[in-house]
Design a protein around this ligand. Structure first.
Ligand SMILES: Cc1cc2nc3c(=O)[nH]c(=O)nc-3n(C[C@H](O)[C@H](O)[C@H](O)COP(=O)(O)O)c2cc1C
Length: 207
């Protein structure tokens, strides 16, 4: 079994989502010592390369009847590697804070690399819907927020992630949301994160 942890906070040891993910993985590893756990930090530009003009032109060239350029092909190598590294995983753990109602820009860039027509999704012209091209597999989301509640109308983090994974054919999505991480003291912040320990363990048991 190959587990991929996509880590979406730049805060390292100070990250709430990272602390929760660490608790989840500690329990998971104890249950499944033979499973390999890889991780990708979306704020690491080597693991999650830039996605700009050259990539956008390369991506749509076949749809526009244009040839792929050498520069485009070269830029595409890192994107294809990211897709391959993702698709090798049997299970995905994604931990991520909310930033301005959605995911941090680096997580968006990771998903911009990952969502490629013909690789991870197709398009049905009759229904004008995307068709997932990846095999379904468990995805555990661990989402942190300061204040935005899980069912808030302005939550563009969870519905966005659910939609993106669903578009690629991945629908077995489990969610833990910690919605009140901003507490007045370090002690209270610690206690709040710790209050999710049993949820982390149950989620790891079921993963
Ligand atoms: C740039 C930025 C934007 C944020 N936007 C929101 C937001 O829209 N809603 C919210 O509830 N919390 C927001 N927060 C708070 C974080 O989601 C919260 O502190 C979270 O626990 C951070 O997780 P982390 O420690 O894993 O990075 C924001 C924090 C930052 C730094």
């Amino acid at each position: 079994m190959d587990i991929l942890h996509i880590s979406g906070s730049p805060k390292g040891d100070r990250s709430d989502s990272q602390k929760l993910a660490a608790r989840f993985l500690e329990h998971y590893r104890a249950l499944h010592p033979s499973h390999a756990v890889r991780s990708v930090d979306v704020f690491d530009g080597r693991a999650n390369p830039d996605f700009g003009a050259i990539h956008a032109v390369h991506k749509l060239a076949p749809l526009f009847g244009e040839p792929h350029t050498d520069a485009g092909k070269q830029a595409w190598v890192a994107t294809e590697q990211l897709i391959e590294d993702f698709d090798r995983a049997d299970k995905i753990l994604l931990s991520c804070p909310m930033w301005n109602y959605s995911v941090p820009w680096a997580m968006k860039r990771y998903l911009d690399n990952l969502m490629q027509p013909g690789h991870t999704f197709g398009f049905d012209p009759a229904t004008r819907q995307h068709i997932g091209l990846l095999r379904d597999r468990p995805v555990q989301l661990i989402l942190t927020r300061s204040s935005t509640a899980r069912c808030d109308d302005h939550d563009f983090q969870l519905p966005y992630l659910q939609h993106v994974f669903g578009s690629m054919g991945i629908r077995d999505i489990r969610v833990v949301t910690a919605c009140a991480t901003t507490q007045p003291s370090a002690q209270e912040r610690h206690a709040y994160v710790e209050s999710f320990s049993s949820q982390m363990e149950s989620a790891a048991d079921a993963f």
